[in-house]
Design a protein around this ligand. Structure first.
Ligand SMILES: Nc1nc2c(ncn2[C@@H]2O[C@H](COP(=O)(O)OP(=O)(O)OP(=O)(O)O)[C@@H](O)[C@H]2O)c(=O)[nH]1
Ligand SMILES: [Mg+2]
Length: 463
């Protein structure tokens, strides 16, 4: 890190209520003094430690010639109680692209350097205000797609992931300390230490986080769910009912939906994209055939499927064909799991559905009515269980963190195997050290420059 004072526009491009230009570094106050005049006195504000965390009202001016650039509020925050732990100034300008760009221009002319993407957060990390799990959580906070996803990311921001990795880290450090000590003792005086218990503890703590991270991925990335069935069973009605709007066309005519309609809802905090598809049927109509082809493709792309049946009539050949198509996918291994929704529960006529249900004996069955809304909550619950969103402690980790923790877990398991096979301690130490390095690359205790560059390049400029 160089110690230049950096500056960037911190708000998104375009027009808005306000636009913020941010400055961080030793020279922040001096640079602000060159480009800001108080409305009341026409002078530069006095930005010392005693005036920290205060707002000043005035104008941003071009130091070349003194022309006013914009009217603005200047927020002054003295180190170390700031995001970066450095002196920080934020100009809140009028929220148009030109006032913020001009403000940035004069700030740069007055001595600041344009910040790289994520450089403010990088400084927060390098200055010890955030560990790496918290810095990466900032990305998840910004990118959160549901309220639940945001809650998890904010918990990580407060250090949740770092804390959850604490026991694994402590166990590994304890093992290494023992290995080092053991090397220094004569054979008959080696202190006793339960290596097996230490390894088991590290393994348990790491496995918890790795399991939770699968659910965490789901909160961040979301999942696609295909609504599948023969024509006229109520797939589009179900899409509308789950969305609580009339998004898709619904008619009593079979073959209404031709194209896939995709809409996203939050299901137990997971962003779920529902794919309403054309009813799958034997048909000669070329347009309907194309629709059926798209339904099949949607099914392949989806993480799960809702198999919709019309509960008021007995399943026909088309229903059974759809059920079999779902099972074929199951046998492929890569199949989406299925929930069966027996629709139109409000109609007095009820027909036995067992011939279709028998084809998918392991899938949960929910009775619903898109007309009255009955059973929809049960269906939503069954779906989030199917997607694996009901894990007690989801961990919102990135693919990089996931890979590192997987690696750590593998090393710990190797060490346990080596121990069971009676290998000498120094062989175990290699694996334990590698596991600790992998955990350290997540928390930031052992991380190299290239990884840092890769992580922080994913941030916006100004963050
Ligand atoms: N009584 C009753 N009718 C329903 C219910 N759900 C859907 N329907 C009716 O069933 C008919 C077909 O509904 P759609 O939602 O268009 O069915 P679909 O499965 O999308 O049909 P395609 O697009 O042709 O494949 C419409 O007349 C709906 O009003 C329900 O829960 N109860
Ligand atoms: Mg439809």
């Amino acid at each position: 890190m160089d110690n230049a004072t950096i500056a960037a526009i911190a708000t998104p491009p375009g027009a808005g209520g306000i636009g913020v230009v941010r400055l961080s570094g030793d020279e922040a106050a001096a640079i602000a003094g060159r480009v800001f005049r108080l409305a009341r006195t026409g002078r530069a504000p006095r930005l010392g430690p005693n005036a920290s965390h205060r707002l000043f009202y005035g104008r941003v001016v071009d130091p070349e010639g003194g022309a006013a650039v914009d009217e603005a509020l200047l927020a002054w925050m003295a180190a170390p109680r700031t995001y970066t732990r450095e002196d920080t100034v934020e100009f809140s300008c009028h929220g148009g692209p030109v006032p913020v760009r001009e403000t940035l221009r004069v700030v740069l002319a007055a001595g600041a350097r344009a910040a790289e993407p994520g450089e403010f957060t990088l400084r927060a990390f390098l200055n010890g205000r955030l560990d790496l799990t918290q810095a990466e959580a900032v990305l998840n906070v910004v990118g959160a797609r549901t309220a639940e996803g945001l809650r998890l990311a904010v918990a990580d921001l407060a250090g949740d992931l770092g804390r959850r990795l604490g026991p694994a880290r402590d166990a590994l450090v304890g093992l290494l300390a023992f290995f080092d000590a053991a090397a220094d003792f004569p054979d008959d005086e080696i202190p006793t230490f339960d290596v097996v218990a230490g390894l088991a503890e590290a393994e348990g703590a790491l496995a918890d986080v790795v399991v939770g991270s699968k659910a965490g991925m789901l909160f961040r990335e979301g999942a696609q769910v295909a609504l599948i069935g023969r024509p006229n069973v109520g797939k589009s009605s179900l899409l509308n009912a789950l969305l609580r709007t009339e998004r898709a066309i619904v008619t009593p005519i079979a073959g209404t939906t031709r194209d896939v309609v995709a809409e996203t809802i939050a299901l137990g905090g997971v962003p779920v994209t529902l794919l309403d598809t054309a009813g799958i049927a034997e048909t000669d109509d070329p347009v309907e055939l194309l629709g059926v082809e798209r339904s099949r493709r949607a099914l392949i792309a989806a993480a799960a499927a809702v198999f919709v049946l019309d509960g008021s009539v007995a399943p026909g050949p088309n229903d059974l064909a759809v059920a079999r198509a779902l099972v074929e996918r199951t046998l492929d291994g890569g199949s989406p799991p299925v929930v069966i929704a027996v629709n139109k529960a409000d109609l007095p006529d009820r027909a036995d559905q067992s011939s279709a249900l028998a084809v998918l004996p392991r899938s949960p069955v929910v009775s619903v009515s898109c007309r009255t809304g009955d059973g929809l909550t049960d269906l939503e619950r069954a779906l989030s269980a199917l997607l694996g969103a009901d894990v007690a402690q989801p961990a919102l980790i990135t693919a990089r963190q996931h890979a590192a923790l997987d690696r750590a877990l593998a090393h710990v398991r190797d060490a346990a195997l080596a121990r069971a096979a009676g290998y000498p301690i120094d062989l175990l130490a290699t694996d334990v050290r590698a596991a600790l390095r992998a955990v350290g690359s997540v928390t930031g205790e052992a991380v190299d420059e290239a990884v840092l560059t890769e992580i922080f390049s994913r941030f916006c400029i100004g963050k």
